[in-house]
Design a protein around this ligand. Structure first.
Ligand SMILES: Nc1ncnc2c1ncn2[C@@H]1O[C@H](COP(=O)(O)OP(=O)(O)O)[C@@H](O)[C@H]1O
Ligand SMILES: [Mg+2]
Length: 255
């Protein structure tokens, strides 16, 4: 028997008003897997991540994280919407890193990383601080804890954002184009942190245009276009030998 998937999507649909964005997404992400999601702008990648993280409600299909339906519970063959507090509890287990780092500007790096465990989990400040210091060290910023976001480069801010997400001890990390807003020379440090995290066994879904990273670190790659999965497989296979015209056309632009 294979392990229960960390993420399982079955026929997931999402519309915004009349705009049908996700048109039946089926995929599975295994525990400890690095799952890369690529596709043209507007194909629904961010929308899908937002559905996994309960920031959006799906319109049809089933979506579960670690064996639990996202946003719903099932009794018999009926689905019931979870209460806001239950949704918040589910979301706590999922870390998300965006293109824009969204650090709190009035807090130092350490304070940014401490914030959620203290405010959301009610952790003591001393425990949260100790973990924050360790996490900043882990992302290569052991000497920057007292810096405010404006005193950090974009790449350093993004690494603080990763440490901040890890502070909640998530079982799943979602990355939405985490290096797209960075100057090229700062991308490598962020990818190194992500590679490290992958090696530590974190389950990760990574939306990225960094095909080198996908090839080296990814276990699986899905090419999405127009709200559907066009093709998927091992990154080296999909990138090296794409089967569909749409995949070929996309890769010819980004590779
Ligand atoms: N909150 C929203 N309301 C209406 N349309 C949206 C919203 N969010 C995204 N969309 C639309 O959904 C489509 C997919 O967007 P998105 O998931 O951001 O794609 P990607 O991340 O692949 O670039 C786009 O056409 C976008 O304009
Ligand atoms: Mg996006």
């Amino acid at each position: 028997m294979t392990a229960q998937p960390m993420v399982k999507a079955e026929g997931v649909h999402k519309s915004y008003g009349a705009a049908h964005i996700l048109r039946g997404i089926d995929l599975e992400v295994a525990p400890r897997e690095v799952f890369c999601l690529v596709g043209p702008s507007g194909s629904g990648k961010s929308t899908f991540l937002r559905c996994i993280n309960h920031l959006e409600r799906i319109n049809a299909g089933r979506l579960s994280v670690d064996g639990r339906l996202v946003g719903y519970k099932q009794k018999g063959d009926k689905l019931y919407e979870l209460k806001d507090s239950e949704v918040a509890a589910q979301r706590r287990d999922i870390g998300m890193v965006f293109q824009r780092f969204n650090l709190f500007p009035h807090m130092t790096a350490v304070e940014n990383v401490m914030e959620a465990p203290v405010m959301v989990k009610g952790e003591s400040k001393s425990v949260a601080r100790e973990r924050a210091v360790k996490l900043l060290d882990r992302v290569g910023l052991g000497d920057k804890g007292a810096n405010y976001p404006t005193q950090l480069s974009g790449g350093q801010q993004q690494r603080v954002a990763i440490a901040r997400a890890l502070a909640m001890e998530p079982k799943l990390m979602l990355f939405d184009e985490p290096t797209s807003a960075l100057d090229p020379e700062l991308v490598g440090d962020v990818l190194d942190v992500m590679r490290d995290l992958a090696e530590s066994g974190m389950t990760m879904i990574v939306v990225t245009h960094e095909m080198g990273f996908a090839r080296e670190v990814g276990d699986n790659l899905v090419f999405m276009d127009g709200g559907v999965v066009v093709e998927s497989g091992h990154p080296r296979e999909v990138l090296g030998n794409p089967q569909h015209e749409r995949t070929k056309a996309f890769l010819s632009k980004v590779l």
